[in-house]
Design a protein around this ligand. Structure first.
Ligand code: PMP
Length: 336
């Protein structure tokens, strides 16, 4: 693998992200907590990797022809990744998105030239759900492929080949645990599989937000959601194809308040402006570090994902009125 910073084309800018030792979280856990800087991808999120693999896979299968169209249902970040990759390769992009997602993601998608279709938020069982709408649209559009990030395992392959290999190399093979939340599950499954292929003693933990069903599934074998979360891009209610066979050893459930605590601390103390899924991941990583210490591992080292940039949430996570409307405490400096 090459870590050269000289790239011969723009798509090579995806992946090979830095990893950073997080000071406050390491202190809180009593061991090293490392954050993989996925906000450093060109589309500012972890989803650029999946977007590139999904598009390359569709080309390889012959499903995507020159000048074709890529259709996807997404909370936003995958759409941004697909739009960038599609622009670089000469494809058109249609993105179906629930209207509850952040303004910034919608504006970004429009700015990138994607055609945006907004649908009301609906449960997965509803035919109007953004995923089903995107599948139908792909079927109805000539020369279109459906990216299908939830059940297309090209998604997790991006993390087996890329994210996991990078973390393993960046941590010199000295890693005891990895955790992150799941949207499609591509990241947790792919990184988990990749790290286990090097060392099966790396403990893989799912960090679930409230309102998702996976915590109960991995803890008790029952897909059951409790509570709710305002975190975008995470919180899954079913076992997607990407999650099938994911090597999950243990699981944590993290509240929005805990996640926001770490969003605030990372911004104030370490100068990292992140989204809520990153804060939830970091809170989960601290739990995992403590568990590894309790299990008797000496000086364990834990890695997690810093999924996307906080600049994507200026009108929500970084807006006092919005936070209060969701029952969350605004950061003190937002009112000054
Ligand atoms: N955080 C954010 C902000 C996301 O957009 C996503 C993707 N939906 C995730 C985390 C979860 O990634 P994955 O789909 O690989 O589970």
């Amino acid at each position: 693998m090459t870590f050269s910073s000289v790239k011969s084309d723009s798509l090579e800018l995806i992946g090979n992200t830095p990893i950073v030792l997080l000071q406050g979280p390491s202190e809180a856990a009593g061991c090293e907590i490392w954050g993989k800087c996925e906000f450093a991808n060109p589309g500012a999120s972890v989803k650029d990797r999946a977007a590139l693999y999904i598009v390359r896979d569709a080309e390889a299968r012959g499903a995507l022809q020159p000048g074709g169209t890529i259709v996807e249902g997404t909370a936003g970040n995958t759409g941004i990744g697909i739009a960038l990759v599609a622009n670089a390769l000469g494809y058109r992009t249609i993105i179906v998105m629930p209207e509850t997602q952040s303004r910034e993601k919608m504006d970004t998608l429009r700015a990138l030239g994607a055609e945006l279709v907004l649908v009301p938020a609906a449960p997965f069982s509803n035919p109007g759900h953004f995923v089903h709408t995107s599948r139908r649209l792909a079927e109805e559009t000539e020369g279109a492929v459906w990216a299908n990030q939830f059940d297309n395992t090209a998604n997790r392959k991006a993390h087996i080949d890329g994210t996991a290999e990078e973390i393993w190399a960046q941590m010199d093979g000295r890693i005891d645990g990895f955790t992150c939340a799941a949207g499609t599950g591509g990241t947790i499954a792919g990184v988990g599989m990749g790290l286990k292929s090097h060392d099966e003693n790396v403990l893989i933990a799912l960090t679930d937000p409230h309102g998702a069903a996976l915590y109960n599934y991995y803890a008790h074998g029952e897909l059951k959601a409790e509570g709710s979360s305002v975190a975008e891009g995470i919180g899954q209610g079913r076992i997607t194809a990407n999650l099938e066979g994911a090597p999950i050893d243990t699981q944590f459930r993290i509240s929005d308040e805990e996640g926001m605590h770490w969003v605030e601390r990372l911004l104030q103390d370490e100068g990292l402006c992140l989204g809520l899924s990153s804060g939830i991941n970091v809170a989960g990583a601290i739990e995992l570090g403590r568990q590894l210490i309790a299990d008797g591992r000496e000086d364990p080292r834990v890695a997690t994902i810093l999924c996307d940039t906080g600049f994507r949430y200026l009108s929500s996570l970084y807006n006092a009125d919005w936070l209060e409307s969701k029952g969350l405490k605004p950061f003190p400096w937002l009112r000054d």
